[in-house]
Design a protein around this ligand. Structure first.
Ligand code: RIB
Length: 318
């Protein structure tokens, strides 16, 4: 049986704008290209998980508009169960403006959350069945905080491990972030959560140790192309990243979290799951856009096989 993952999070239409380089303050530049691409952290995680072979139930909210209809169709087409994706007449479907600088393959994102903010705690009550059915619950923060908090409580009541990708992180940490059993912050998010400036693996370790004192069992701090730092009851280690030609990193973190959740649900070790997640995240950087570039399981397995054959996967204990 494939693992079953329930995902709560935002669903957006991304306006992806390719520029030679991200404009500096006060600069006015002309774009090289523009595309409308399905995105949103929750939707990206759901599609990533479906492409990796999981059964996926998505909880979220769309506007009653043309973008909403297209995005719902796309999610279903990917095999995501959208029974708990509501449609609201009170706000427009979420959008995001994604600037991709081609010189350094970097991005900047501004989201207009719209209908995502209408995803309410009542919505979680209605989706109770989605928690009873799943092996793992994965959430990010593109929906209201009280909705995330309620979902974490329901997951705990159903004895389902909660997995938090703490993004987009506002000024204040969400109340229940310490209730998650797995957390995957990037360096900036880790810095904000525990007020330690994370710049390298040494400072990431300090931040991870602080998170562990708050009761989180498994911590994976993502370090971009360097891979990720893991901390659990077996100690800390660095899981190396994969060397790929980066085109657009949009959605790579979402792919990482979905892949990690799936392999943990499949009872892989934390190291194996993180290696698989690093490979999935790396492949998601090799094509344009969030959902366009999410890899299938075959592609991830092939990258892992190639890298193992070349003996390039060396875990470093810290
Ligand atoms: O993580 C990438 C996503 O962040 C984009 O798809 C965009 O919609 C924003 O939510």
């Amino acid at each position: 049986m494939p693992p079953c993952l329930t995902v709560l999070g935002n669903i957006n239409l991304d306006f992806s704008i390719q520029v030679a380089r991200i404009p500096a303050k006060g600069e006015n530049v002309v774009a090289d290209g523009f595309e409308l691409i399905a995105g949103g952290k929750g939707a990206n995680q759901a599609v990533a998980a479906a492409r990796l072979g999981a059964q996926v139930l998505l909880i979220g909210c769309l506007g009653n508009d043309a973008y909403g209809k297209v995005l719902r169709k796309r999610l279903s087409h990917e095999g995501v169960n959208v029974k708990w994706v509501e449609t609201t007449a009170e706000a427009a479907t979420g959008t995001a403006f994604v600037f991709v600088g081609q010189a350094d393959a970097d991005n900047r994102i501004v989201s207009v959350l719209g209908a995502n903010l209408k995803c309410s705690p009542q919505h979680i009550e209605q989706a109770h069945r989605a928690f009873e059915r799943c092996d793992f619950f994965l959430t990010s923060l593109g929906v209201p905080e009280d909705t995330v908090n309620r979902a974490m409580q329901v997951a705990a009541d159903c004895s389902v491990p909660a997995f938090l990708d703490p993004s987009p992180l506002g000024k204040k940490s969400p109340q229940l972030w310490t209730g998650s059993s797995v957390i995957t912050p990037n360096q900036t998010e880790a810095s904000r959560l525990v007020k330690v400036q994370v710049k390298n693996s040494a400072t990431a370790l300090t931040a991870a140790r602080k998170m562990a004192t708050r009761g989180i069992e498994r911590i994976a701090i993502t370090l971009g192309s360097k891979g990720c730092l893991l901390l659990d009851e077996d100690g800390a280690r660095l899981i190396p990243g994969f060397n790929v030609q980066v085109v657009d990193p949009t959605g790579a973190g979402d792919a990482f979290s979905a892949a990690l959740a799936i392999r943990l649900a499949e009872e892989a070790s934390f190291d194996e799951a993180a290696t698989f997640a690093n490979a999935t995240g790396a492949l998601a950087c090799t094509g344009r856009g969030a959902q366009l570039s999410l890899p299938t399981r075959d592609k991830v397995e092939a990258l892992l096989k190639r890298t193992r054959r070349d003996k390039k996967l060396k875990v470093t204990a810290l």
